[in-house]
Design a protein around this ligand. Structure first.
Ligand SMILES: [Zn+2]
Length: 408
């Protein structure tokens, strides 16, 4: 049993975070047993984190593990950036040694940033995805991981035949689904231009039969939209995925920027989910996420770092960008934090286990220390969202297992 004295910021709803100063969180066998005011009990065997805020571990809904080392390499639009930097770097992960070292570095950075759950794309090779799973299991990360699928319009070294891409994905699913309670497979067609209709339909068929998750990119950049129109000739980008059968309640679409109201209705009707990646969208000058319209349409979304087009794994940075990348909509701190915690847990159907600090949930917890001169109070929430990078991540745990511990 661990007893941790700390100050809790706990998401309750999309616009409310509860502040619980000086409470003791008791954890046993990875599960939160109780949360009790410090004054209400005898303090024995208590670890003193009273100078820290405790939050549920952060959730990153969209991140490319195999792009971690090419962050910050700039090309001012999606398609040239992919060709110049992303594809050559992803090709390197076909080598198991490289992919394993990279996965270790990536997860260590995630844990240091307080992220405990990630929805991950790996490079399009079995070795890259297998290494990502193996290292995640060793460290104790919570994640859904998928091998990026590309069977057309892709460079040599990355492109796979339709059969090979499908068979490898199915084999990875069979190997990792249900093996470890923290890990699952997610089918990952990269985006419509590099995926044949046949491949997408087969993914849809398998995912439907197995009730499994799917992720891809949707409507990020206007040149990409024109390319999709040329390739598939349908009325809209979203219609391509609808025709392929990829619009499901277990599908997460990254970006979703240039969408018509008809497309929003299609996404809503199918209960599809979105990963909003504000840092990436302005790095590549893709455009502004139509948040007001998406809220009005009632489509669920959470935040993604989209590393490597996003520049950091720190989800507090992306919470700030959720506000900064809206030209007129003000996103309140509680709402931004919700989208990297409880909101994303709900979206993933994992609310009973993660997303907030409550008795009975898994102990996915991050402890953060404010900078000198900023005493802990109800105002810490707003400070955390707007200069979270200055808070020290002292301690991160996933299902009670310590995955990061900063010793001074
Ligand atoms: Zn992405």
């Amino acid at each position: 049993m661990r007893n941790i004295l700390c100050n809790i910021l706990n998401p309750v709803s999309a616009d409310r975070i509860e502040f619980l100063p000086r409470h003791v969180i008791s954890i046993e066998q990875g599960i939160i047993q109780s949360i009790i005011p410090a004054e209400a009990q005898e303090l024995t065997d208590v670890e003193d984190f009273s100078d820290c805020l405790a939050l549920p571990g952060f959730i990153d809904l969209h991140v490319h593990l195999s792009q971690y080392r090419m962050r910050g390499l700039y090309e001012p639009a999606l398609l040239p950036w992919l060709n110049k930097y992303v594809f050559p770097e992803e090709a390197r992960s076909a080598e198991t040694g490289y992919a394993t070292d990279l996965a270790k570095q990536f997860y260590q950075a995630l844990c240091q940033a307080g992220t405990t759950t990630s929805i991950i794309y790996t490079a399009p090779s079995e070795a890259a995805c297998e290494a990502a799973f193996a290292v995640a299991e060793e460290i104790g990360i919570r994640a859904m991981i998928g091998m990026t699928m590309m069977d057309q319009n892709s460079p040599a070294g990355l492109v796979q035949s339709t059969t090979k891409s499908l068979d490898t994905s199915f084999a990875l699913y069979e190997r990792w689904h249900g093996k470890n309670p923290l890990l699952d497979y997610i089918f990952t067609p990269r985006f419509a231009p590099t995926c044949s209709m046949e491949l997408m339909k087969e993914v849809s068929r398998f995912a439907y039969d197995h009730n499994s998750w799917i992720q891809t990119h949707l409507s990020e950049n206007t040149d990409e939209l024109a390319w999709v129109k040329d390739l598939f000739g349908l009325n809209s980008y979203t219609e391509v995925y609808e025709k392929a059968g990829l619009l499901t309640p277990h599908s997460i679409f990254g970006h979703a920027i240039h969408l018509t109201n008809i497309e929003l209705s299609m996404l809503k009707a199918n209960e599809a989910k979105l990963a909003h990646c504000p840092d990436s969208n302005f790095y590549l000058k893709s455009g502004e996420y139509p948040m007001q319209r998406i809220l009005e349409a009632g489509i669920e979304f959470g935040l993604g770092s989209d590393v490597g087009a996003g520049t950091t794994l720190n989800m507090l940075h992306h919470a700030k960008m959720m506000n900064f990348r809206q030209s007129s909509l003000s996103v309140m701190p509680a709402n931004a934090l919700y989208h990297i915690t409880l909101g994303s847990a709900r979206l993933l159907g994992m609310e009973s286990r993660i997303g907030s600090i409550n008795a009975g949930k898994d102990a996915d917890i991050v402890l953060l220390k404010p900078p000198v001169g900023y005493p802990i109070s109800e105002q810490s929430l707003s400070q955390l969202v707007f200069f979270g990078n200055e808070f020290e991540v002292k301690h991160t745990m996933v299902a009670g297992r310590v995955v990061h511990n900063q010793t001074d």
